[in-house]
Design a protein around this ligand. Structure first.
Ligand SMILES: [Zn+2]
Length: 354
């Protein structure tokens, strides 16, 4: 079930420009958009019927829902529509920069044409830019499809690099293959100038995170929850400035936090994000699959009191969204300066309820 914030997001935190760095395009499709997509293929769905598919109580149910939603992504125009829809949502939350992770590996698996789909996404991206939201793209391969499939995704990312594909990343079933098998894919990506991310330590152990950094050269880690068991690894992340992309609601909904804690269930209050920050690990806050987890970026920030975060830590997370992004240095600096200008008096951010 989604984690309901106890306090609304402080209006001044809400008003600050933000970046969203861990966001799967295919996980951003709200029920209303599924109704629209289904209509394109002759399926008449009501909003209630679509919404009912988003109710599940375990990871298997989530995967079933995800598969059903993505079964309506058949033409480039469908991808254009979902970028348009989610871009508007991001803009309404004062997100000014987002890196969309796109499941190119899944497109290849279904014999869809990733570059045609990408061209359609770029049309939506241009519209978003005119409304104040800059988008870049992470081409994503799935661990479970193996090393050769990952190399294919990298090749496409290299082709799309000039158009806005800024990074290569991997996600999915992190336990299927040793990460060393993916060295070729990551080395190829690095040699072409792509930035590198990897999901690691979501359900796997801390060794996966270390491998993602040492063997694959990951510059950011998706989730990285398992680092809670390895203080030396936390120090390594802090030393190298490697950010963890923390997605609290996702970690509850998928059972990842419970599994890392070795328990059947876990609460938001038990999330270790605060302890990572205290140890100097850079943390960014993200939604992962906002529609599937019934959340959005504002809702994740509104969880701050339940995560035990101070206002200063929240501001540090907002700043990290820019400083750890794959933007050019000059763009990062310009956003960071805007944040500094607007947050000189951090005391103003204290919630009246705190
Ligand atoms: Zn993810």
């Amino acid at each position: 079930m989604p984690a309901t914030p106890t306090n609304p997001l402080h209006p001044r935190i809400a008003a600050l420009p933000k970046a969203e760095l861990h966001l799967h395009l295919e996980g951003s499709i709200r029920p209303a958009t599924v109704v629209e997509l289904a209509a394109r293929y002759g399926d008449s769905l009501t909003l209630d019927q679509a919404g009912a598919r988003y109710c599940y109580s375990d990871f298997r149910g989530f995967l079933e829902a995800f598969k059903w939603v993505t079964s309506y992504l058949r033409q480039p125009e469908d991808f254009e529509l979902i970028v348009d829809r989610h871009a508007d949502e991001l803009i309404s939350q004062n997100v000014v920069y987002a890196e969309f992770t796109v499941s190119i590996g899944v497109m290849l698996y279904y014999k869809s044409d990733p570059l045609k789909n990408f061209a359609a996404m770029l049309r939506a991206s241009e519209r978003a830019l005119r409304k104040g939201l800059r988008l870049q793209w992470i081409f994503d391969a799935a661990w479970q499809f193996g090393p050769a499939a990952a190399v294919e995704v990298v090749r496409l990312a290299i082709e799309a690099r000039g158009a806005g594909a800024v990074a290569f990343g991997m996600g999915g079933d992190e336990l299927m293959f040793p990460y060393a098998s993916f060295r070729e894919a990551y080395e190829l990506a690095a040699s072409a100038g792509l930035r590198l991310t990897a999901h690691a330590g979501e359900v796997g152990d801390a060794r996966k995170i270390r491998d993602a950094i040492e063997l694959l050269g990951a510059e950011r880690i998706g989730h990285g929850l398992a680092v809670m068991h390895d203080l030396a690894l936390q120090d390594l992340l802090a030393e190298r400035g490697i950010a963890l992309e923390i997605c609290p609601t996702s970690n509850i909904c998928t059972g990842a936090l419970a599994s890392q804690l070795g328990r059947p269930s876990a609460r938001i209050e038990e999330h270790p994000a605060r302890s990572f920050l205290q140890r100097g690990v850079p943390v960014v806050l993200s939604t992962d699959d906002p529609a599937m987890f019934h959340t959005d970026l504002s809702a994740e920030y509104a969880l701050a009191p339940r995560l035990g975060l101070t206002d200063e830590q929240v501001l540090a997370i907002i700043a990290a969204g820019f400083s750890r992004s794959f933007l050019a240095t000059s763009e990062k600096e310009s956003w960071l300066q805007q944040l500094r200008d607007r947050t000189r008096d951090a005391g103003d951010f204290r919630s009246p309820a705190a």
